[in-house]
Write a protein that binds this ligand. Sequence first.
Ligand code: GRF
Length: 329
Amino acid sequence: MADTNAETSPAKAKVAVFVSGTGTNMAALLYASRLPGAAYEIVLVAANDADAGGLQIAATEGVATFALSHKGMSRADHDAAMEKAALDAGAQYIALAGYMRILSPGFVQRWEGRMLNIHPSLLPQYTGLDTHARAIEAGDAHGGVSVHLVTEELDAGEILGQIAVAIMPGDTPDTLAARVRLAEHQLYPRVLGDYVSRGSDPRHLLERLRALALALPQTHERESHGAPGFRVGSEKSGKYFAHFSDRHHGTPHISLLVKCSGMDELEHFVETQPEAYHKPAYYGASGWIGIILNRPGLDWEAVDEWLQRSWRQVAPKSVTRLLDAADEF
Ligand code: GRF
């Protein structure tokens, strides 16, 4: 089906998939990526075994492949070669799909927040191997599958999505695994698609912003002209220090509006860094600057600093007095 929105739809995230075996999850990811509107594309399928079935599927489907046996190589060297292949293919994310290797810490750190894995259990239960046998043995009502971010600790990163699969009387590890596999093929493409779209999803951006804004002292949320806003001070006499703006007045930006020190500063940022800042309609005229949130490489620490600065500008003296005193030392 032709993508009639090709010019307006956002660029697809580029994903490398690492496999060791049959690669049915890789295939599920691949076919989902070929649906209209998919948020990611697969730029490489890489394996540590040249006979991995997944490689053949990928090659037949016209996807670039890379194979390198780990035998006789140090873990770090093998990881580095796999990583180089992913980077050469332009990958921004790595999806592990039955990749039966423990990864070296340096590699995991470099891809933190950009590497996902699928694990056949309801984590945090049953990390490691033989998950289905262990669930049946324990008399559990459900097995299942989890997709999670990869961190140094095995199968312990943030869980991004799960599906529970009921265990039937008489299930063996194989019969259960076969049904869990069906759930895996539903879960992984959905979770990966949602994850790579987070940076342009207003709900996700607002959720992160809200957490930062409400972590500041004496703050509360209140709508302003139909959009979320954050105030400091009492419910009665509080003042706005931040507004959330979702593509208002024809701009493509999802942004945080905060108080600038004045018009000069505002104009300066908007002129010198137009990819990061904009002058919002109406608010701009009274010194509010728009910090663009739906862009690649957004630095949340910088967003937090802007929030703090804006908070401090409008917070009542009774709240900032202590901070001001601390600054003097
Ligand atoms: C799946 O069960 C997955 O959960 C686990 O390894 C298996 C890979 O299967 N991590 P396949 O190669 O995708 O068919």
